[in-house]
Design a protein around this ligand. Structure first.
Ligand code: S3P
Length: 170
């Protein structure tokens, strides 16, 4: 049984949508950031501050490889998973990879009260615009995409992904 792998920018709704898909399908949800926090024994912003982003990316890459060898899970990735194309290639081998897109305004609305993301410390709006611009081509290059911009509820997004998963079953 294939995995469902959710990819997309911070605040695109990967974890929320992943939880809904888990409730509806009974498939377990594996949240990569939560696993990395557990492994490191500290929150993401402390990993970034104390060990550096390259260290985080290495841990993330190793975990992506490990999870791509599992079956039947919903995997919610961190927004930077697309930075290493090998991560997506690995996930594509055993999973349906779906990218959730969201415009800068939607992302800002969803993350404005959240200070746990190290890359959005400081001027959030500017950081979102800059990082979105630098990664846009990476998110766009994923075959299955759903634009969640302005969608007030994650429910239709979860339903679309379940339908796509059903129609992609061998
Ligand atoms: C990151 C996104 C975060 C987390 C880390 C880096 C990124 O995950 O992995 O802060 O580079 O976009 P979310 O997408 O769940 O916020």
């Amino acid at each position: 049984m294939k995995n469902i792998v959710l990819v997309g920018f911070m605040g695109s709704g990967k974890t929320t949508v992943g939880k809904l898909i888990a409730e509806q399908t009974g498939m377990p949800l594996l949240d990569m950031d939560a696993i990395l926090v557990e492994r490191a024994g500290k929150p993401i912003n402390e990993i970034f501050a104390e060990d550096g982003e390259p260290y985080f990316r290495t841990m993330e890459h190793e975990l992506a490889k490990e999870l791509s060898e599992t079956e039947g899970n919903i995997i919610s990735t961190g927004g930077g998973i697309v930075l290493n194309p090998e991560n997506i290639d690995n996930f594509e081998k055993t999973g349906l990879v779906v990218c959730l897109l969201a415009d800068a305004k939607t992302v800002l609305d969803r993350v404005k009260h959240d200070n746990a993301r190290p890359l959005l410390a400081g001027d959030k709006e500017q950081a979102i615009l800059d990082i979105l611009a630098s990664r846009k081509h990476l998110y766009e290059s994923i075959q299955h995409k759903i634009d969640t911009s302005g969608r007030p509820s994650p429910v239709p997004t979860a339903q679309e992904i379940i339908a796509l998963y059903e129609s992609n079953k061998p």
